[in-house]
Write a protein that binds this ligand. Sequence first.
Ligand code: ATP
Ligand code: MG
Length: 568
Amino acid sequence: MAEQDNTNTNNGTPERTDFIRQIVIDDNKTGKWDNRVHTRFPPEPNGYLHIGHAKSICLNFGIAAEFGGKCNLRFDDTNPSKEEQEYVDSIVYDVKWLGWDWQDRLFFASGYFEQMYQWALDLIRKGAAYVCDLNGDQVREHRGTLTQPGKESPYRNRSVQENLDLFERMRKGEFPDGSRTLRAKIDMAHPNLNMRDPIMYRIMHTSHHRTGDAWCIYPTYDWSHGLEDSIEGITHSICTLEFENHRPLYDWFLDQLGIYHPQQIEFARLNLTYTVMSKRKLLQLVKDNFVNGWDDPRMPTISGMRRRGFSPSGVRSFAKVIGVNKTNSTVDVALLEHCIREDLNKSSPRVMAVLKPLKVVITNYPDDQVEWMDAVNNPEDPSAGTRKVPFSKVLYIEQDDFMENPPSKFFRLSPGKEVRLRYAYFIKCEKAVKDAAGNIVELHCTYDPATRGGDSPDGRKVKATLHWVADSNALDAEIRLYSHLFTKENPEDTPEGEHFTTNLNPDSLQVLTGCKVEPHVKETRALDRWQFERMGYFCTDSDSRNGKLVFNRTLTLKDTWAKIQQKG
Ligand code: ATP
Ligand code: MG
């Protein structure tokens, strides 16, 4: 992959440290794992990955790369009711796009179902698991509360023989959904509710996207996750904070079985302002057509960010900047945008495009003449070279760059004023031409041939340099502008009884047509990234085909994060 640049095996020294990397360093000192470092990223294929997952991916793959270790991509596909192959494919694509490589270590929890089943039989034989006939509501009622101990299930003391028999028949499909479960026999009075005889298997007569109809009992997360880690020889099993009080259970199962025992470590999940991150909510936005699919450029999904024009290196740099810690907090989305801008500024070729065109006629320029001016492709990167931009008698500037009656601080074009057209000439506005309704439809300007290239030989100064596109060879384009999907920093902040969708921003997508772009981008392909001078970072959209050009504005040039930093 062209964009991959992260194979930074720094001889076992991380570039930076945090509490998780410190644990790894300490373990390597004591030889706890024989100096192995083996992590995994374990998504459930029940949705598309989002920026929060990107944090976890960069953490797991990043640690493996820095310490010369390994990181597996493992699908935690234990609940077939919500999982689909489409999600598996998108996740594989997204992790690769972010620049990470699991080599030959792509695994599926469903590949371990038989082993997990055998281990469940072991627990039953030890008297550490039993088949329970309580239904879901009854299990909840028996569970107790934080202040009240639970009640033991009436099925808790079944004989090993009966449990083995019932569990085998559960597997064979003899019982309907929800009629029985296999539960761990721990302690119904345990102060940690997760330890009150948690469910290990539920009956679900549902086809699985990989195992088909081979199984009708499926393992729970709590039962299966540590087993998956154990089978793969994971050293550091990194997960988000909500699993902290599941850790005793993770440890209990592995200890009961007496098998290889990785260490679970929890970190704070990423939350972002103006963003929802729960897969359930993202799914709802897609299913109810609040957005145009998982890869809608307004979505915080990796596919949405890609289509919007975010670069993998920009996303990785964001993950690096936010680091990891132990307390939940919300990161300003402006910081993500800042990281993306910094990255795009270095890499994006510059071109000129006019989003809201105002026609300009250069009255003293020869009618059929076209001159090809030299333009710099990227001032941040001299190796990007130059290109030729056509200049002709008719051209376009932004409507916003002209005012008929400007206030004193307006330095751009107005009647009688002179400005520079980037890479071309000084022009002076002679007249604004209006239609019958009084709208300005075109400007008549004159140019000074002595200013070719944009410099005046007599040292005359102008206060503004405008971007422009010549009518000759101009390309027509549709340009989509985006702003936050939600109007509130915290989209969950709703009036009593109202849904987060009430906070959707009705103006998050604005579509401009009839935009003008210089001919240089003619052969552009989906996902090409550009900086349109003065207008922001843009990305060619996959809707560009059959000669139609569509661009997404990735971000404007205005970096609100840099501003916040300056003030602070
Ligand atoms: P759900 O929202 O459906 O519970 P999830 O977002 O936890 O699911 P998983 O597929 O289970 O999704 O996540 C895979 C990994 O990504 C897990 O290790 C999880 O902890 C991590 N992860 C998920 N969301 C975030 C987040 N916002 N920040 C950091 N890591 C996250
Ligand atoms: Mg999860």
